[in-house]
Design a protein around this ligand. Structure first.
Ligand code: COA
Length: 260
């Protein structure tokens, strides 16, 4: 698959997607967003890709937001469509059914922070800055930042980050749970690959059901979410991996999951 603004690399079961517009700090224009959509769909179908890492080209920026050149000329109806499109792409990433790790190598602002929040897990370089600076442009977040941020860090902190527009440090992002872990910048990709490899070795049907149970369950009333969890719990009994995992434990050996 050919892309102008993404680099795609495979390392066994791990796929690494690099957003590659370093001259504009990897800002997401419409074309890049569409390339992300196509790459996500492709990786979703590809059973040999078990975990994905998304990062930004260069050492300064993950993604410095939506492309402000496009925002500056948007119309009301065009703006609505633009936001819906971005939300759709990020929903796809959130619900890919396999772990997507954001390796935040610098600025994750606006759409960059929203992209990172749509990922399953976030690892940040100690030099990274995260925020939703849209208010400074006279606009509001449009790729679900007003929805995912309070779900991740709580309403009060989300209000503060979005209303002030002031980016926070990686250390503060870790403290409030916006990123899972902070590592020295030079070790970011090694750590991201290590985590991706560990997750890629997990039984994939269980991985898919866990992501589904958490993502969909959090949007349901608690009692219904529990029934949904129980249904997936029952379905997993149809997998060879369940038989392998449980018998390996009882036989006191390491399980060898086949992904079935
Ligand atoms: N859209 C389009 N272009 C962008 C961009 C964006 N979101 N973010 C950065 N760029 C461009 C700059 O215009 C500049 O282009 P130029 O070299 O042609 O002048 C280039 O990337 C480098 O950015 P610059 O601002 O010179 O780097 P900096 O180190 O001084 O500042 C930031 C870095 C991230 C603080 C600053 O670029 C910034 O505030 N970007 C916008 C962040 C934002 O508001 N995002 C939300 C958008 S909804």
């Amino acid at each position: 698959m050919a892309f102008d603004n993404l680099l795609l690399e495979r390392d066994g079961a791990i796929a690494i997607v690099t957003i590659n517009r370093p001259k504009v700090l990897n800002a997401l224009n419409s074309q890049t967003l569409d390339e992300l959509r196509r790459a996500a769909l492709d990786l979703k179908q590809d059973a040999s890709a078990r975990a994905i890492v998304i990062t930004g080209a260069g050492d300064k920026s993950f993604v410095a937001g939506a492309d402000i050149n496009e925002l500056a000329v948007q119309t009301p109806t065009g703006g609505r469509e633009h936001a819906l499109t971005g939300q759709h792409v990020f929903d796809l990433i959130e619900n890919l059914g396999k772990p997507v790790i954001a390796a935040i190598n610098g600025y994750a602002l606006g759409g960059g922070c929203e992209l990172a929040m749509a990922c399953t897990l976030r690892i940040a370089a100690d030099s990274a800055k995260l925020g939703q600076p849209e208010i400074g442009l006279g606009i509001i977040p449009g790729y679900a930042g007003t929805q995912r941020l309070p779900r991740i860090v709580g309403k009060g902190r989300a209000m503060e980050i979005i209303l002030t527009g002031t980016p926070i440090t990686a250390a503060d992002a870790e403290r409030i749970g916006l990123v899972n872990r902070v590592v020295p910048a030079a070790e970011l990709m090694t750590e991201a690959r290590k985590l991706a490899a560990a997750l890629a070795a997990q039984p994939p049907v269980a991985v898919r059901y866990i992501i589904n149970a958490i993502n969909k369950g959090m949007e349901m009333p608690f009692a219904e979410a529990q029934v949904f969890e129980a249904t997936l719990f029952g379905l997993i009994a149809a997998t060879d991996d369940m038989r392998e995992g449980t018998s390996a434990f009882l036989d006191k050996r390491k399980p060898e999951f086949q992904g079935r």
